[in-house]
Design a protein around this ligand. Structure first.
Ligand SMILES: [Zn+2]
Length: 210
């Protein structure tokens, strides 16, 4: 079974949700650069202040900021990991090759309109980072996290115009990584437009867990 994984795909494809599910099932460390950056922003740390302006406008946070986070997090994983939201550029992928031996990259494939739909309807738990969707994956109690009852929030960048900008950035900068990993024989493509449980099962098959 493959245990050193990268989840690659456009925003809204369900990478974060699946990473939480898989991390819970197999005790993988989940390394989500987006969540780490958002926490830094909320705490107004030095890193957070740097990242803030880039994220608000739908742009990528500069490599030196994100690479440092990743190096630090990877040094403390020994039971396997899922990197979610990284790499986003070829340069970052080259950096990752140097600091970790990735066994498989799961590519979450989904049509653009579905992604926009999912993101604008997305609500997240500020405490545990669980992700909900008022249409496909609603919480059991309206606007409350299933795990801890915390009130869900609508992220400031989860609106349509910023979403379209993020998708544009994704197609330009990140989509070339599909070829990058395919040519290294590391890529497994899954259909991320399906139901939550079906997507989980596809990932489990891909990594050899079932
Ligand atoms: Zn929660």
């Amino acid at each position: 079974m493959k245990t050193r994984l990268v989840f690659l795909g456009p925003p809204g494809a369900g990478k974060g949700t699946q990473a939480l599910i898989m991390a819970g099932k197999f005790s993988f460390a989940r390394i989500a650069t987006g969540d780490i950056l958002r926490e830094a922003i909320a705490n107004e740390s030095e890193l957070g202040l740097k990242a803030k302006e880039f994220m608000r406008s739908g742009l990528l946070v500069p490599d030196e900021v994100v690479n440092e986070i990743l190096r630090e997090k990877l040094s403390s994983t020994d039971n396997g990991f899922i990197i979610d939201g990284y790499p986003r550029t070829i340069e970052q992928a080259d950096f990752l090759q140097k600091i970790a031996s990735i066994e498989m990259v799961i590519y979450f494939d989904a049509p653009e309109e579905l992604l926009v739909q999912r993101i604008v309807n997305r609500r997240v738990c500020p405490r545990c980072n669980a992700v909900y969707n008022s249409v496909e994956n609603p919480p059991k109690v309206e606007n409350r996290c299933d795990n801890d009852g915390t009130e869900l929030v609508h992220r400031i960048d989860d609106v349509e115009d910023v979403t379209r900008e993020r998708l544009k950035t994704f197609w330009q900068k990140t989509a070339p990584l599909v070829d990058y990993y395919f040519s290294r024989d590391l890529l497994a493509k899954i259909s991320a437009g399906k139901q939550l449980e079906e997507v989980t099962a596809e990932i489990e098959i891909a990594i050899g867990a079932i």
